[in-house]
Design a protein around this ligand. Structure first.
Ligand SMILES: [Zn+2]
Length: 193
């Protein structure tokens, strides 16, 4: 039986580029902003749900949850409609999809909690810019080990970092920090730090 559990996909970089271009040109596109904000919000929700071993029932959309110590053969049964899922099927549904929060859980959770309460396009685009330019920071060494954008935007880590490096103009100081942090990240990943 095919796995019915589907997670929100990553965002197409083209859409983000279009958003930044409209902003730079002074011609805001509220629909595009809404579309991107919603897509990122759903992606953050999925990341946080995987972290807590949760999922929405694919049949009746009730939120369901595995025990934190669940193993492959454990089953969760939806009290609303009877849909059932084994833990190994659950694991299969999100593996290799960059849905693990790693050391950037706080960035995803911050955006997830704050975004729905933001009302002006200015506030919303700043929140988006902050989120996509965040990093996974190693708790022990305080060094960046991955770009959070890799969990949110289509492409390999190097493609996403190169894309985000060009995607600038919302928060100038943040653009400079991103560039510098990305350099540190590559050094660390090459074993030079
Ligand atoms: Zn159900």
């Amino acid at each position: 039986m095919p796995n019915k559990l589907k997670w929100p996909s990553k965002l197409q970089p083209l859409l983000l580029r279009r958003l930044y271009n409209t902003y730079a040109a002074g011609i805001p596109d509220p629909d595009l902003l809404d579309e991107i904000g919603a897509a990122l919000w759903l992606r953050c929700e999925a990341i946080l749900m995987v972290r807590h071993r949760e999922f929405y029932c694919p049949d009746c959309h009730q939120k369901l949850k595995f025990a934190i110590d669940a193993t492959d053969n454990d089953v969760v049964c939806c009290p609303g409609c009877g849909f059932s899922l084994r833990y190994d099927q659950y694991h299969q549904s999100w593996r290799h999809q960059d849905l693990l929060p790693g050391n950037a859980a706080a960035c995803f959770s911050d955006f997830y909690q704050r975004y729905p309460a933001l009302h002006t396009p200015e506030e919303q685009i700043i929140a988006i810019d902050t989120l996509i330019h965040s990093f996974h920071i190693d708790a022990k060494t305080q060094l960046p080990n991955r770009a959070a954008g890799n969990n949110l935007i289509e492409g390999s880590l190097s493609q996403v970092v190169a894309f985000l490096d060009q995607l600038s103009g919302i928060q100038t100081e943040n653009d400079a920090v991103f560039h510098k942090t990305a350099e540190t990240m590559w050094k660390r990943r090459r074993g030079l730090l």
